[in-house]
Design a protein around this ligand. Structure first.
Ligand code: 5BU
Length: 255
């Protein structure tokens, strides 16, 4: 199989965020996403500032912030602009279309206002994509489908994963790719993003299973999500640099 360069994949991607993300990865030479799973706004912003130059994506779980206020997302957007990365809220929507569109747009977090990318389970059927798309597409946002998970015993396998690929193909304008553990689609305009990455591939004793950057890229992943491997490191900036280097080197060996 020939792997197209990222700037060519940018041209082929129908979703506007996928297009810009492929181009950014190509230019910034980083396929690293940091998961900022910290619980105070100040820590989140400090981490984003520290790792910003090394990443293409910053992933949030905004509902774990104990002192959330809208100021944090405004600051995060400024840091994203300064260091050039996209913001991915790992909200994992999982309800009917009418409910998820409200969860996406309303409530405390107004996610669609600041997150370039969100993700969704496909358990409720294709209506979840249609609901999110109503709010997200006019705002030029992108959706990742949870086609596989990194956790031990995940039920997102086999025909479930196949359905995610089928529905992604039907909504290429809004669905930009997958959260997965390996290459799922040979359509070069889809991006494959993989959580569960650490240099020491082990488990966390709560079900998380890790791959190394090299093994994830060898399985066809495009972007690697690293949480504790970076934010829990003594020096997150240095750890981000090392993960970026490993991920990018592994990628360049595939083309
Ligand atoms: P870690 O500290 O590198 O294990 O964090 C992984 C992050 O990715 C964390 O925010 C999870 O919520 C997220 N994640 C995951 O680990 N596995 C999955 O299948 C999905 C998300 Br989807």
């Amino acid at each position: 199989m020939t792997i197209l360069p990222l700037n060519e994949r940018a041209v082929l991607a129908p979703n506007p965020v996928a297009k810009k993300l492929f181009q950014l990865i190509h230019e910034k030479q980083t396929n690293l996403c940091v998961a900022g799973d910290v619980t105070r706004c100040e820590e989140l912003l400090k981490l984003a500032e520290e790792v910003g130059s090394e990443i293409c994506l910053f992933k949030t779980h905004v509902d774990i912030l104990e002192d959330f206020s809208f100021a944090v997302v405004n600051e995060l957007k400024k840091i994203a602009q300064h260091h050039q990365f996209f913001i991915f809220e790992d909200r994992k929507f999982a309800d009917i279309g009418n409910t998820v569109l409200q969860q996406y747009e309303k409530g405390i977090y107004h996610i669609v206002d600041w997150a370039d990318i969100v993700n969704a389970h496909i358990l409720p059927g294709p209506g979840i994509i249609e609901g999110l798309k109503k709010v997200g597409l006019p705002r030029q946002r992108g959706l990742l489908l949870l086609a596989e998970m990194s956790a031990f015993g995940s039920l997102a396998t086999g025909s479930y994963t196949e359905k995610a690929i089928e529905w992604a193909n039907l909504h290429q304008d809004f669905v930009m790719g997958f959260i997965c553990q390996r290459k799922l689609s040979h359509f070069p305009g889809f991006i494959h993003i993989t959580p569960g990455i650490q240099f020491a591939d082990k488990s966390d004793f709560l079900g998380q299973q890790y791959n190394t950057p090299e093994s994830a890229i060898a399985k066809g992943s495009d972007v690697l999500i690293v949480g504790r491997g970076i934010y829990a490191a003594k020096n997150p900036r240095e750890a981000a640099f090392l993960y970026k280097k490993a991920g990018w080197q592994a990628y360049t060996q595939t083309i």
